[in-house]
Design a protein around this ligand. Structure first.
Ligand SMILES: [Mg+2]
Length: 122
């Protein structure tokens, strides 16, 4: 039996979260938990560390870059995929320097999400 792979999907947009969930829900052994901002994510990470985090860059309360910085400072080393509509390299460079593993451009394409997540989880 495949080992359980917990994935946290963090995005303030309900539609985007559902879109991401739909793209990856059939990966074997996957268990998905959803969060609407960085603060919710950081609180959850205090009790459970997943196999992978898919993180939106622009969110209210706590944005993705701030959350990424915080979780790395907590010593959490799991892969983080940043989702960004920002075509400028500034956000990507900042995310890379904070330890992002991969990027997915918005608007999100399901086959790309599936491919990137599958690659990281296997
Ligand atoms: Mg957003």
């Amino acid at each position: 039996m495949a080992q359980k792979k917990i994935v946290f999907v963090v995005d303030d947009s309900t539609i985007t979260r559902l879109f991401i969930v739909d793209a990856i829900k059939d990966i074997e052994g996957i268990e998905i938990q959803q969060f609407v901002n960085g603060e919710q994510l950081i609180e959850k990470l205090k009790e459970l560390v997943p196999s992978l985090i898919i993180l939106d860059s622009v969110m209210p309360v706590m944005d993705g870059l701030t959350a990424l910085d915080k979780l790395r400072k907590m010593g959490i080393k799991v892969p983080v995929i940043m989702c960004t509509a920002d075509i400028q390299s500034t956000t990507k460079n900042k995310a890379l320097s904070l330890g992002a593993s991969e990027f997915i451009n918005k608007p999100i394409q399901k086959p790309i999400v599936f491919e990137v997540v599958s690659k990281i989880l296997t």
